[in-house]
Ligand binder design. Structure first.
Ligand SMILES: [Fe+2]
Ligand SMILES: [Fe+2]
Length: 501
């Protein structure tokens, strides 16, 4: 049978726009779902995606990716990687799967919105593949993570995290709701696919895959690398939409969407990926720090992409780059401190050798974060573990739902950025977070943070036990130090303790 070349039929097949006769154009594509910003329909015909793929090609490639991931997994099971891995690495897997599976799941809805309400045939076509991609990402990561449940109950959170009121998951849901679920097709394309996927998924899926390969976890490295190849394709929807917005004089709207999404995404990746790279990955497998990865994958690559499209860098660009020196260290300290509220066991990551590495990668770490860890270490050495648990609640940012924290010790820079609106006082971690809230107050103003809920009496009894129950942490799932505090023993050797000081 003679087959046509793809280039001979692709443009006709993908351009499935037609003129409706039973309903009006506006009924078929209501502006609140398309987000067309008043741009004429003919302008959308210029949408072009650089990565062309037919359905049969798509299915063939995806099948190969899946069979490769499953065969690597089967081989590694024989090598008993899970049983022999460092507990820090196991915690990294729990944060990744618990945090990412709900995002992949919700991304199917976002892609479906673009597949139905995108105004260009090519955009709808790409987004249809995007739905299938996100479905694959949800299922394969759900399976790869949750199957460890029989060995470690915290892996049940791979499946259940997305629906719990655990505080990191409240933060994640608030992000997913704002960026992915409550948006029209155009702003989804820009905020999710351009700003979040182009800007950040490389960091999680390529950066972490490098660490995974060095740690011998080829199963994890393989699955997340195969996910990134899908992301790199469907994220191009955003670039195509952005070009039309800029050509049609809507740069200001596009810029605002990028500025909102980029900062929101940064904070979430900061708490999920930052500690994973600088504290959870065993020292011998680390090559680059989180900051080095962030500078390569976020600052350099995204900066080039933003400027290439004709947009400007976000107004807060330098402030955000400065945060790469400290924000994830303070999130890590908070996660370890509030460890009973986590669904993974956070490793402290502060042995003498690890502290040396941290000081080398982040000069000044010992004089700031190190001083908090000094107090924790002293208390643990003296057998006063009870003093290493929190007694009060943190102040939580009303945008990100994450604690307001920054640099402790020398260089202290923690402050609240408050805003009073309609008689309610809101608190923010930075001027960036407050600015985002003010752009779309209707998205956030009715939301209660975990602390607001506690104070409003939603969490009963008002104790740690009540809080754990509210957060969905069942016995056997409550977090504790990943290494059972074994690292503290290193400091009983006076020579090592001096070296770290
Ligand atoms: Fe995905
Ligand atoms: Fe995606």
């Amino acid at each position: 049978m003679t087959m046509l070349e793809r280039s001979d039929w692709y443009d006709i097949a993908r351009d499935t726009s037609w003129t409706p006769s039973y309903v009006t154009e506006e009924e078929l594509f209501p502006p609140e779902q398309t987000g067309d910003l008043g741009i004429t329909r003919s302008a959308w015909d210029r949408f072009d995606e650089p990565y062309k793929v037919s359905y049969s090609e798509y299915v063939k490639t995806q099948r190969e990716k899946d069979s490769s991931a499953y065969s690597v997994k089967a081989a590694l099971e024989r090598a008993r990687l899970f049983e022999n891995a460092d507990p820090g690495w196991i915690s990294l897997l729990k944060t990744h799967y618990g945090g990412l599976v709900p995002a992949e799941h919700d991304a199917q809805t976002s892609e479906a919105r673009m597949a139905r309400f995108g105004l260009a045939g090519g955009m709808r076509n790409m987004a249809t593949f995007g739905i299938l991609d996100e479905n694959r990402h949800t299922q394969i990561q759900l399976w790869f993570g949750h199957e460890h449940c029989s060995k470690d109950r915290q892996f049940d959170w791979v499946h259940k995290a997305g629906r719990q009121n655990q505080w990191v998951m409240i933060a994640a849901r608030s992000y997913l709701d704002q960026m992915m679920l409550s948006r029209d097709a155009v702003s989804t394309a820009i905020m999710l696919t351009f700003a979040a996927e182009t800007g950040f998924t490389n960091m999680q899926f390529v950066g972490l895959a490098e660490d995974a390969a060095r740690a011998g976890d080829f199963s994890f490295a393989n699955v997340i690398s195969s996910i990134q190849t899908d992301e790199a394709r469907h994220a191009q929807t955003g670039g195509g939409v952005l070009k039309i917005l800029i050509d049609e004089g809507r740069k200001a709207e596009a810029q605002r969407m990028v500025d909102i999404s980029f900062a929101r995404s940064w904070r979430l990746f900061c708490i999920l990926t930052g500690p994973s790279m600088d504290y959870y990955t065993p020292l011998k497998y680390r090559k680059h720090s989180f900051k080095e990865f962030a500078r390569e994958f976020i600052v350099q690559q995204f900066q080039r992409q933003i400027l290439d499209t004709g947009l400007d860098l976000p107004w807060y660009w330098n402030d955000l780059i400065n945060e790469m020196d400290y924000q994830h260290h303070s999130y890590h300290l908070g996660v370890w401190f509030w460890r009973p509220t986590m669904f993974w066991n956070p490793p402290a990551g502060v042995t003498p050798e690890e502290r040396e590495w941290l000081e080398e990668k982040y000069p000044g770490w010992n004089a700031s974060f190190g001083r908090c860890w000094d107090v924790i270490t002293e208390n643990l050495l003296a057998g006063r573990r009870e003093l290493t648990y929190p007694e009060t609640l943190p102040v939580v940012c009303n945008l990100t739902q994450l604690p307001i924290c920054a640099v402790p010790g020398d260089g202290w820079n923690v402050r609240d950025f408050p805003l009073e609106r309609n008689g309610r006082m809101y608190h923010f971690a930075s001027a960036i977070d407050r600015w985002i809230f003010e752009q779309e107050p209707e998205h956030h103003q009715g939301h209660l943070s975990i602390v607001d809920r506690f104070l409003a009496g939603h969490i009963q009894p008002m104790s740690l036990a009540g809080a754990l129950q509210y957060m969905g942490l069942a016995p056997g799932e409550i977090g504790d130090d990943a290494h059972g505090y074994a690292w503290v023993e290193r400091y009983r050797d006076p020579a090592l303790a001096r070296r770290a000081a």
